[in-house]
Design a protein. Structure first.
Length: 256
């Protein structure tokens, strides 16, 4: 296993990767000693109404979001940072908790906001990394443990600082929790013996099984969240816009 991990997290206006948008992102390099070697937080510009509806979760105010970066600018900055970090830390994987959510939303937003050429560059940057997803790893390696598997619950199980957990749903905090959880999983299950390529391949199969079992349990369509680390639906060329009122569309246009 590597000595550094590139960790990504988004805070968003909702859970629908096809229609919602980020309001905050964090990208950082986390060391095996649980130290940040690089950190980049971005606030994304989004519809004030949509940000307000989820403010109680991510705590990004409509005013703060309104002063943030346009989506295309944020995407280009993330892409540039990923490529620079890959050059500096060539062995580092990309890490995200529930990676298929964050990476899929980024790709869908990129399809809407970037030129075709820029979108292809952004997608290529994401797909150039092996990915580690502590959610997929935890479910696969400890399948019979009872309880929730959201980030806060898993962090509590691995004895991550309660102070950190209490401040979850800030992208920077969630990245640190994710990094610490990953280090605990690597140590507990002796993953240092695994190659990143092998782990990436295993997670594809593990996620498929996990998704199918969860869909059967909840009576939902497994195709809705199929695919890892990027959902199948996000890899299609989409033309899906958020459903907004005419008033909200005018506000969104003003912000864009």
């Amino acid at each position: 296993m590597p000595s550094e991990y590139i960790i990504l997290d988004l805070e968003t206006t909702g859970i629908d990767v096809l229609r919602e948008v980020p309001v905050q992102s964090f990208l950082g390099v986390f060391s095996e000693n649980a130290e940040w070697l690089f950190a980049e937080e971005l606030i994304w510009r989004a519809s004030a109404d949509r940000v307000a509806m989820t403010h109680h979760i991510h705590r990004i105010s409509p005013r703060r979001s309104g002063q943030g970066l346009p989506a295309a600018t944020a995407l280009r900055q993330i892409c540039g940072s990923l490529l620079r970090l890959q050059h500096i830390y060539p062995d580092a994987p990309l890490v995200a908790y529930n990676a298929s959510f964050d990476l899929s939303m980024l790709l869908v937003v990129a399809q809407r906001e970037l030129s075709r050429r820029a979108y292809r560059s952004f997608r290529a940057a994401l797909e150039s990394f092996p990915v580690l997803d502590p959610l997929v790893l935890d479910r696969a390696l400890d399948p019979f443990r009872k309880g929730k598997r959201n980030l806060s619950a898993v962090a509590e199980y691995y004895s991550i600082s309660p102070e950190l957990i209490s401040n979850a749903h800030d992208a920077s905090i969630d990245c640190e929790i994710t990094g610490r959880v990953l280090l605990e999983i690597v140590e507990k299950f002796h993953l240092e013996k695994e190659t990143l390529a092998a782990l990436h391949k295993k997670q594809i199969a593990w996620h498929k099984g996990q998704n199918e079992r969860l869909a059967a349990y909840f009576g939902s369509d497994p195709s809705e969240q199929a695919g890892w680390p990027i959902r199948t639906e996000a890899l299609k060329v989409l033309d899906v816009e958020p459903e907004r009122s005419s008033r909200e569309r005018r506000k969104y246009a003003d912000l864009a």
